[in-house]
Design a protein around this ligand. Structure first.
Ligand code: BGC
Length: 505
């Protein structure tokens, strides 16, 4: 038995018994397939949009423009409907993430994950068999509902079943699966681009595989003890805690969970609590992490890399191959984060990555500004340099803001605002993902190489935010954040006045 040492509010050591059971690992893997579905979707649209038959069927005018030699490099793909194909999913995900919060609290994390997988399956069917734009977009919207539900329930589920010492790594499983999903999409696109005329249908249809894994897997996995206790099923909660910790003596952890849940129950209105001054630090950080994550420009690359590369003069298969390399690097570097996050902490990774991403954006901006005009192509050497710089950017993002953008909001809220607060984080992520998806191709057409300097400026802002306003949360039990983090932070402590305390009876 490996006891987990979790310091309590007074900094005395409380031992929560438990070991890393196979059962927890299996639950983690199944739940994280929610991340696979999300990732597959992130990665699939750019490649599909670069396939001729897809464009011919749904966006013939874009195909014409892309094939015209004289067309402006930066504007070849500037089309609102094309962007809507990618972005519509995030708008519906935004709306469903609010329902997700209610579902998670009243029905539990597990049924929410199952519902997500059903929406995914429906969306996949409509997409793979689409005969017109309406069917295509409706499929994307259903897919989006699944994304909103899964992106809320899965990270919450993972952080609640994990032992404190591996909480960071287990939660990162979610992000890891997002990246594996993106890579899988890049691989499928690479091979399907050659399958005429149905390749795009297969690319969109393969998303059904992770949806089935989650759907079937969610019949077998556990509900979290926190969720059972929250819904007043104390005996089941205790039994479940014993099962996932693999030991009988779980009283200390159980008592803490019950206490936290009793405090939460007294709080009838989690969203109203979230509006209280005392929730300001967590709320600001959770939302800021999402805004910043998106304004690194990650999804400009994840969604539109094949088009970005084609704009620079790459041929179709070279651009899909470059996307594939980026996808693989994304997976590897997310592993680096999982290995390091509970050792070096969150802040070190975030700050190092800011530097790396800044260098990369500025250098790409300079190369494009000085070498890519409206109608020429980049030389082989410069194209290679751009791909290397994008790899530098991706690696930085993947071991920092990518995974930590999800991990930090899942661990900073106290129970009484946790689901509502996390809902805000997920919705902000979706909102800003929507913004990037809906505007990037048009922004590139208007700002040209300047778009990379725009993202670089955001990276400076987020670096400063991390330096001054983001406290370290490594190794701190979720239910002790208030005392050990917020009350001690130079700035955020002013929001912790006792008379406004929530859930601190
Ligand atoms: C972000 C996604 C992004 C992905 C790339 C995630 O953390 O939320 O928007 O596409 O990372 O790996």
């Amino acid at each position: 038995m490996a006891p987990v040492v979790a310091p309590n509010a007074a900094d005395q050591q409380v031992e929560f018994a438990g070991k890393n059971t196979i059962y927890v690992m299996i639950c983690g893997v199944v739940a994280a397939s929610g991340g696979l579905m999300f990732g597959y979707d992130v990665g699939i649209s750019g490649g599909v949009m670069s396939m001729d038959e897809f464009l011919e069927k749904f966006f013939p005018e874009v195909l014409l423009r892309r094939n015209r030699a004289k067309e402006d490099n930066y504007c070849k793909f500037d089309n609102h409907y094309l962007q809507l194909f990618t972005s519509s999913l995030y708008m519906s995900a935004l709306l469903s993430s609010f329902v997700a919060s209610k579902m998670c609290s009243s029905l539990g994390r597990k049924p929410t994950m199952r519902a997500a997988s059903l929406f995914f399956l429906l969306g996949v069917l409509l997409n793979a068999f689409a005969v017109n734009l309406a069917m295509l977009i409706t499929g994307r919207i259903l897919f989006g509902i699944g994304v909103g539900l899964a992106n809320h329930a899965v990270p919450l589920f993972l952080s609640e079943i994990a032992l404190v010492k591996i909480r960071g790594a287990l939660s990162i499983l979610f992000q890891l699966n997002i990246t594996v999903g993106i890579l899988a999409a890049n691989v499928v696109n690479y091979f399907m681009a050659e399958k005429h005329p149905w390749g795009w249908r297969a690319s969109l249809g393969v998303a059904g595989v992770p949806a089935c894994v989650l759907c079937i897997g969610s019949l077998f996995i556990t509900e979290t003890p926190t969720s059972l206790i929250e819904r007043e099923k104390l005996d089941e909660g205790l039994a479940m805690l014993r099962k996932i910790r693999g030991v009988d003596k779980v009283d200390a952890e159980f008592d803490e969970l019950v206490q936290a849940s009793e405090q939460a129950r007294r709080m009838k209105h989690p969203f109203r609590n979230l509006a209280k001054r005392r929730s300001r630090p967590q709320l600001v950080i959770a939302i800021a992490m999402q805004v910043f994550q998106q304004f690194t420009g990650i999804n400009a690359i994840m969604f539109y890399a094949p088009m970005l590369f084609q704009s620079m003069g790459f041929k179709s298969n070279a651009s899909l191959l470059s996307s594939l390399i980026i996808g693989a690097l994304n997976v590897v570097c997310t592993d680096v984060c999982a290995a390091l996050v509970d050792k070096v902490g969150r802040r070190a990774l975030l700050l190092e990555a800011c530097l790396q991403m800044l260098v990369s954006h500025v250098a790409i901006g300079v190369i494009l500004a000085t070498n890519l005009t409206a109608t020429n192509e980049l030389s082989r050497e410069l194209s290679f340099a751009v791909v290397v710089l994008i790899c530098l950017f991706i690696s930085g993002f993947a071991w920092s803001w990518g995974p930590l953008g999800w991990l930090i909001p899942s661990e900073i809220f106290p129970l009484e605002t946790r689901t509502a607060g996390y809902a805000f984080a997920v919705s902000s992520n979706m909102l800003f993902t929507f913004v990037i998806a809906q505007t990037f191709l048009s922004m590139m057409c208007r700002m040209r190489a300047g778009i990379f300097f725009f993202f670089a400026a955001w990276i400076v802002v987020m670096g400063l935010f991390a330096v001054f306003l983001l406290p370290e949360t490594k190794g701190i039990p979720i239910d002790e954040m208030v005392d050990r983090v917020w009350k001690r932070h130079w700035y955020w402590k002013r929001f912790m006045d006792e008379d406004e305390a929530i859930g601190q009876a």
